[in-house]
Design a protein around this ligand. Structure first.
Ligand code: TYF
Ligand code: FE
Length: 364
């Protein structure tokens, strides 16, 4: 096999541009159990924005809001609402990553720069992907500080109890009509990713939701990016609803892995996080479809967790409702028991649950 020209160690961080980072940071601490670790803003010499970095397991979330109108951040929030701006990738050589990808056609966002403080140095460089989303390559090999130069250590004021969120399993992008293959080609040709799975509109058979999806992943498989596009159906595709409200392509969902989904989800429920519900009839045929699993089935049913099986094992998954007022970004919580797939056996029940929400919003 050809040498991987873009070795990636994992997800470095995910940055949201939001209307009120201070309050979003509280939500992710109280409801999702992330711990506040670092801060950048006026007190640290950054005048036009405030950023909070929160962490749980290997996951770093950055929440940024603008302190002025007409900034890059406020324009992004005005257009898209709260949403993901940066999917940052942890690499050993950010400059090489930038050079190799721009050479293959990536559009530059920010050329490589090395930033320093008393804890060492970090090199970052960014390229554009779908919509207004960017990938930032981060080399933090020579850095001992809490996050990035410019950030100071800041800890949670409130007692935070983590809920077992471990790492980012995959991040899904929604793109416009007919654009899926363009972005799959981008990840293959420009980023050196491989096509892992294809779902066509026949795999995704509800009365209404029509979408197509292809999953690309990097050489070591640590990064998985499914790309969805709307397809023609009886009524408005859930992907089209997203695009209408996000005003373009963007990150649809972030799937986070846990080792104990019942514990993680019941804790999130206690803290007020809302999940999509499948009807109780889902569980009537479930055990026949997936066979024996190690977990007690009663708490799975009580928490409305979905189960699917493939050749290699099974997986447990559940989806939150959108986490902002626009029907855009949501989360998936996933526990893998050998399965490397994406829960195709759940698509029908899941998409019907999404359609019920779409209908309540008047967008079906
Ligand atoms: O990431 C996936 O492919 C699964 C299934 O709108 C999925 O989580 C696909 C599309 C969608 C919601 C979930
Ligand atoms: Fe997913």
């Amino acid at each position: 096999m050809e040498q991987d020209f873009l070795p990636i160690n994992g997800t470095d961080y995910i940055e949201f541009y939001v209307g009120n980072a201070k309050q979003s940071a509280m939500y992710y601490q109280t409801a999702f159990g992330f711990e506040l670790k670092a801060y950048a803003g006026p007190e640290t010499g950054i005048k036009d924005r405030a950023s909070y970095m929160l962490q749980q397991g290997k996951i770093r979330l950055v929440l940024t809001s603008s302190l002025a109108p007409d900034t890059e951040v406020s324009k992004h929030v005005n257009l898209h609402g709260d949403g993901v701006k940066v999917l940052a990738l942890w690499v050993d050589d950010a400059e090489l990553s930038y050079n190799e990808t721009t050479k293959r056609g990536a559009k530059s966002h920010t050329p490589p720069k090395t930033i320093k403080d008393e804890h060492g140095e970090v090199t970052v460089a960014s390229i554009h992907t779908y919509g207004d989303t960017i990938h930032t390559f981060v080399n933090r090999h020579d850095y001992k500080g809490v996050f990035l130069p410019g950030f100071v250590e800041k800890t949670s004021e409130l007692p935070v109890k983590p809920i077992g969120l471990k790492y980012v399993d995959h991040c899904v992008g929604n793109v416009g009509w007919g654009e899926m293959n363009t972005w799959v080609d981008f990840y293959r040709d420009v980023m050196g990713f491989n096509l892992l799975i294809t779902f066509d509109d026949k795999d995704i058979a509800t009365d209404y939701t029509a979408l197509m999806s292809k999953v690309v992943s990097n050489g070591n498989g640590f990064i998985k990016f499914p790309i969805n596009e709307p397809a023609e159906g009886k009524k408005k595709s859930q992907i089209e609803e997203y695009i209408d409200f996000y005003k373009g392509a963007g990150v649809q969902h972030i799937a986070i892995a846990t080792d104990d989904i019942v514990d993680t989800v019941s804790e999130m429920r206690r803290r007020g996080v809302e999940f999509l519900r499948v009807p109780d009839t889902y569980y009537e045929s479930l055990w026949e479809r997936v066979g024996e699993i190690e977990e007690d089935i009663e708490p799975i049913r009580e928490n409305n967790i979905l189960v699917d099986r493939d050749d290699e094992g099974y997986l447990l998954q559940i989806f939150t409702k959108p986490v902002q007022d626009r029907p855009t970004v949501f989360y998936e919580i996933i526990q893998r028991k050998g399965a490397k797939s994406f829960g195709k056996g759940n698509f029908k029940a899941l998409f019907e649950a999404i359609e019920r929400e779409q209908e309540l919003r008047g967008n079906l």
